[in-house]
Design a protein around this ligand. Structure first.
Ligand SMILES: Cc1cc2nc3c(=O)[nH]c(=O)nc-3n(C[C@H](O)[C@H](O)[C@H](O)COP(=O)(O)OP(=O)(O)OC[C@H]3O[C@@H](n4cnc5c(N)ncnc54)[C@H](O)[C@@H]3O)c2cc1C
Length: 511
């Protein structure tokens, strides 16, 4: 078994972790790793944030990760709560409804938000700037990387000056997007799940609000030209249109063609065309996410058609899953075999979102109500309503007996909005926590590296009700808010600490 080398002196290395790519995945990972004090270098070949139309949606779990990063309050001012998605036929008849709760849900946030991706990326990069232990080098392109038993050697180029620089790092995470050079260095192939379609994506800025366009996302189902409409924050609106093979990129991007295809909804008198792009929506998952000291995350590891608005969300989940594991390995609390659980847990989870998005893509390409019924995820329901999916993580062997038997392992745990209006995660931080009942309505909350929280009676009653709902007496929650273990035996809960929980299959220098 490979032992971790974190005990080696940092002076043997320039960095603990080099993150290649500062898109949403890399920037989130950089923030979470930097919180632990790790020495992080982030490089991105572009000098500025990518400005073609991309993510316009994220969910409550993703917001919870942004909360851990520390940007959720600022982000909240930039986003819009999304009431849901409707699939309609050419007559506007609703074929399938996917309502999203308008209230704060079990994650402590709304289920669905609309955003302008560059707004998020600015906040993530600003947050990185607060860490003296994290260096961000924009306009620097990774040219080559090679790993040995003890390190990864990287060569990157300052694109402005042409100067080449080298560094030596304990780990490298490729958050470098769909054409990842890190994935290539790992010799990893993609599994193709079969969905490949060319779509035109148009972002417009309305001159003034047009309530008649509606607040829901609308999927115009059609076997000829499926179209998606998104009600984005402020005056931004998005249309995505499938392109036939008979239409060239040049024709599709022609301004007068664009306005004629939008004429059903708006005219040039109503709005400005802000951004336009043609993408081939793909459905792929990397066959391997870790090769010793090299890992991949985000679009480098998986690509999904955007119909569920989950591509970026999956990358944010990757970052949150990986950051605490890298931290434990770097701090010599666990052997680096812990990093294998990253792919074991995240790959099936990301894949499930992709296969669901493909099913939705088929639905949007369909005209027939019967097809919708057969494709709909909850198709037995007479009213054809769809619910959000919440897959559990893939199984990994990181928990010891008897806790391994817990039926809740790998599920996302809830977040309490506490009586003073703040959220419990803020007090816990991005770390492990034990929540356990200590009386009929009294509950203790003990983060691993902090003092036990001092909660009001009212908050303890609410947490007690949460444990009732989960039908457990104690739960050990990981920094990414997934359940590591639960027990109904309060005597066990005394032993619920991470040293005893993490499997004996994960030796470290410490135990
Ligand atoms: C039309 C469309 C709509 C979408 N809608 C949604 C949505 O609503 N919700 C959602 O969750 N997702 C959505 N997505 C997906 C989402 O935009 C992506 O999943 C997300 O941007 C991926 O983030 P990332 O950080 O993994 O990769 P990227 O954002 O691609 O970032 C990769 C970074 O790596 C850098 N890089 C690459 N190679 C190198 C190198 N050699 N050296 C240095 N730097 C390098 C690049 O410059 C880039 O900044 C959508 C995508 C599209 C195209």
């Amino acid at each position: 078994m490979k032992r971790n080398n974190a005990a080696q002196n940092l002076s043997d290395y320039d960095h603990d972790v080099v993150i290649v790519g500062c898109g949403p995945t890399g920037a989130t990972l950089a923030n979470l790793l930097s919180q632990s004090g790790a020495n992080v270098l982030v490089i991105d070949r572009e000098a500025a944030i990518y400005n073609l139309p991309r993510a316009v949606h994220f969910d409550d779990e993703t917001m919870r990760v942004f909360q851990a990063v520390g940007i959720s309050d600022a982000l909240l001012k930039k986003v819009r709560v999304n009431p849901g998605m409707r699939f309609v036929d050419s007559d506007g008849v609703v074929l399938l409804d996917w309502p999203r709760p308008v209230d704060i849900g079990r994650q402590g946030w709304h289920g669905s938000y609309r955003l302008h991706q560059p707004d998020l990326e600015v906040l993530l990069r600003d947050a990185i700037a607060q860490y003296a232990n994290c260096t961000l080098k924009l306009g620097h392109e990774l040219l080559a990387l090679e790993q040995s038993d003890s390190a990864v050697e990287l060569t990157y180029q300052n694109k402005k000056t042409g100067t080449t620089e080298n560094c030596r790092s304990k780990y490298v995470v490729g958050c470098d997007g769909a054409n990842s050079i890190v994935r290539e260095a790992m010799s990893v192939e993609m599994e193709d799940l079969g969905f490949n379609e060319r779509w035109l994506v148009l972002d417009v800025l309305l001159n003034q609000d047009m309530p008649e366009l509606g607040d829901h996302t609308i999927q115009y189902c059609s076997s000829e030209q499926p179209i998606t409409y998104c009600r984005n924050p402020g005056l931004r609106r998005r249309w995505e249109m499938a392109l036939s093979d008979l239409v060239s990129d040049k024709q599709a991007l022609d301004t007068s063609t664009i306005w004629s295809s939008l004429s059903r909804w708006i005219s040039p008198q109503d709005a400005t065309l802000e951004r336009k792009a043609i993408y081939t929506f793909r459905s792929q998952v990397a066959k391997c996410w870790r090769n010793e000291r090299m890992l991949i995350a985000g679009d480098a590891a998986h690509l999904t058609p955007p119909f569920m608005g989950q591509g970026m969300c999956a990358g944010i989940r990757d970052a949150s899953n990986l950051a605490w594991k890298l931290t434990m390995v770097l701090q010599n609390e666990c052997a680096d075999v812990l990093l294998d659980s990253y792919e074991q847990e995240r790959r099936p989870h990301a894949r499930e979102y992709i296969t669901t998005a493909i099913a939705l893509g088929k639905l949007i390409n369909s005209l027939e109500r019967e097809n919708v019924r057969s494709i709909a995820l909850d198709g037995d329901k007479a009213d054809l309503q769809m619910a959000s999916i919440a897959p559990r993580l893939g199984s990994s062997d990181i928990v010891t007996e008897p806790f391994r038997l817990s039926r809740h392992i790998g599920k996302l745990f809830d977040q309490l909005v506490i009586a003073d209006g703040t959220r419990l995660d803020n007090w816990i931080g991005y770390q492990h926590v034990l929540i356990s009942r200590c009386g009929p309505a009294s509950v203790s909350v003990k983060p691993v590296k902090k003092k036990e929280l001092n909660l009001s009676v009212c908050d303890q009653v609410a947490l007690s009700a949460m444990l009732d709902q989960w039908q457990v007496e104690a739960v050990f929650v990981r920094p990414d808010r997934y359940v590591l273990a639960t027990t109904n035996n309060l005597n066990d809960s005394a032993n619920l600490n991470w040293q005893s929980l993490l499997s004996s299959a994960l030796p470290s220098a410490e135990y």
